[in-house]
Design a protein around this ligand. Sequence first.
Ligand SMILES: *Cc1c(COP(=O)(O)O)cnc(C)c1O
Length: 223
Amino acid sequence: MIQSILAEIENDIRKYSPYPEKVRLVVVSKYVDSKIMIDAFNSGVKIFGENKAQILKNKKESFDLKDIKNVSWHFIGNLQSNKVKYIIDYVDLIHSVNKLSLAEEINRQAGIKGRTINILLEVNISGEESKEGYILENLKNDIEDLQKLKNINIIGLMTMAPLTDNENIIRDTFRNLKNLQDTLNKDMFNKQLKELSMGMTNDYKIALEEGATLIRIGSKIFK
Ligand SMILES: *Cc1c(COP(=O)(O)O)cnc(C)c1O
């Protein structure tokens, strides 16, 4: 069952992405427990995405999953600075860095552990008040300070599309993130921003067409 859905998504990556070889699937496992995750792992999942720090830690340390090495853990949810300590040992990419104080705490904790942590900057492209993520103006103000943090490595951008059935609005959101990536790569990041994390169950095909390199899919696989 999981296997056939994963195969379908792999097909969609080849069908919709302009560069399928660059695209990775983040399997959003927040809906299921570690037992089901082991099934998913055995079906070929390479990246799990969780949105709660304590739960990522519990799952990673669980009997089912603690000995599994060749799987990556991504953090995709809203992260409070005081929870960074739960995931710092385990996380391979944090998708959702949306303020300088959070980046500074990740940098500090990473320093203690002697690690460099890969992160994405989450951007509120649509400007909706309810959305997490950097407003463009704040992002531009913070970039210089973010770039000074030695133990984090900014490798791309992430966004969530607005909740709407209007495909044009969703597509515009993703296209604007891609354009922002191009602009920042040219002006300030010297092509260092390689990843674009965008697209979930309901909109991942559009995200692939618009250049996503990380798609985050949960419901389609587990519900
Ligand atoms: C839950 C979640 C997803 C997965 O959404 P689905 O619609 O279930 O595929 C992706 N990204 C984030 C940040 C999430 O919290």
